[in-house]
Design a protein around this ligand. Structure first.
Ligand code: 5GW
Ligand code: MN
Length: 324
């Protein structure tokens, strides 16, 4: 008579203990026993601790890590990337009024926090090279200014970035740097943004969407656009993306091609280059994802899952900046 309830009780107790032991991890999406089954961009990734952050998703269904504070040993990444000779080209556009408004703060803050210890070159694209501030840079850090046209439509400034980055990788970056990171200029580094962020193909979770259900994602929903998608994995933010030069070249080529095809068909994707970027990462899964700790907007307010602010959105003054 008492046999069944007793067995049920024992099973329940065992299950409870096992769950407590493992922790209530958001692991349903990747179900890893150990991090050795991750996509490894680098030797250092073996040491990633996917279980150190309980309330957030730390890897994807295709086993790419999502990098959060506490999951990695910063010094370990510094050492291994230095040994392997990783080097980084950072591209940033400062066209029209964005030059005076943001560039100096962006670069100065980057000198304090971005990939310290590795060779870094800034590739600054602007319509007024003579107005780029003259900054003293750290050792093995360089700045190159490249003149670009100022398109009259701001949507075009934003979208032409893809073409210009691709051309610069081909003519210059590929001969000197292993990795490329592409940034919006209207942001400020406020904490370490180090080699733990380097990978073959790197996307960033958008601060406003990372905790929302997929149906809220603002993908392009117009079937006439090449950026059209019904569903996706995450909503990525175009303010930061990167990877090896080979992968960033493929990404920028592909997005540019799709943007041009849309133009021929007289359509423009909902969020311009960001819509195309989201489509690209849906079809070509990133090997590494950065948590919104890598690009946060303080306007969102306190959230317990955001433990550090590595890069924050600068205040936007669209009324002043977007009139030419
Ligand atoms: C100007 C008006 C509207 C939209 C973009 C621009 C603009 C963008 C510009 O006049 N000059 C310029 O250099 N940009 C570059 O494109 C900056 O690097 C900027 O960070 C990036 C994306 O534009 P954002 O930052 O205004 O777009 P959201 O998505 O951050 O609002
Ligand atoms: Mn921006």
């Amino acid at each position: 008579m008492l046999f069944f309830p007793t067995v049920l009780c024992i099973v329940y107790i065992i299950v409870t203990f096992v769950r407590l032991f493992i922790g209530f991890l958001p692991m349903d999406k990747c179900n890893l026993e150990s991090s050795t089954k991750l996509i490894l961009d680098n030797r250092a990734d073996i040491s990633l601790d996917l279980r150190s952050r309980h309330k957030v998703q730390t890897c994807t269904s295709w086993r790419a890590p999502i990098i959060w504070e506490g999951m990695f040993d910063p010094q370990h990444y510094d050492q291994i990337h230095r040994k392997e000779g990783s080097s980084v080209a950072l591209t940033v556009f400062a066209v029209g009024r964005y030059l005076e408004a943001y560039l100096e703060t962006f670069l100065m803050s980057s000198e304090h926090y971005f990939m310290l210890g590795l060779p870094v070159s800034y590739y600054v694209f602007t319509d007024r090279p003579e107005n780029v501030p003259n900054l003293e840079l750290g050792p093995r850090r360089h700045l190159k200014v490249i003149k670009v046209e100022k398109y009259s439509r701001w949507q075009d400034i934003s979208m032409m970035r893809m073409k210009i980055i691709s051309d610069t990788i081909e003519s210059d970056i590929r001969h000197h740097y292993t990795h490329v990171f592409c940034f919006d200029v209207d942001q400020v580094f406020t904490w370490r943004f180090g080699p733990e962020a380097l990978g073959d193909s790197v996307a960033l979770l958008h601060a406003y969407y990372y905790h929302l259900p997929k149906r809220m994602f603002t993908y392009d929903r117009n079937p006439k656009s090449k950026a059209y998608m019904e569903t996706g994995d995450f909503y990525y933010h175009a303010a930061v993306f990167g990877g090896t030069w080979e992968n960033v070249k493929s990404l920028t080529d592909s997005c540019y091609k799709d943007i041009m095809e849309d133009k021929l068909n007289n359509v423009e994707a909902l969020w311009h280059d960001e819509s195309h970027l989201n489509k690209y990462f849906w079809l070509h899964k990133p090997s590494r994802i950065l948590s919104p700790e890598y690009c946060w907007d303080n306007k969102i307010g306190y959230r317990s899952d955001i433990q550090v602010f590595r890069l924050i959105w600068a205040p936007k003054h669209y009324e002043k900046l977007r009139t030419s």
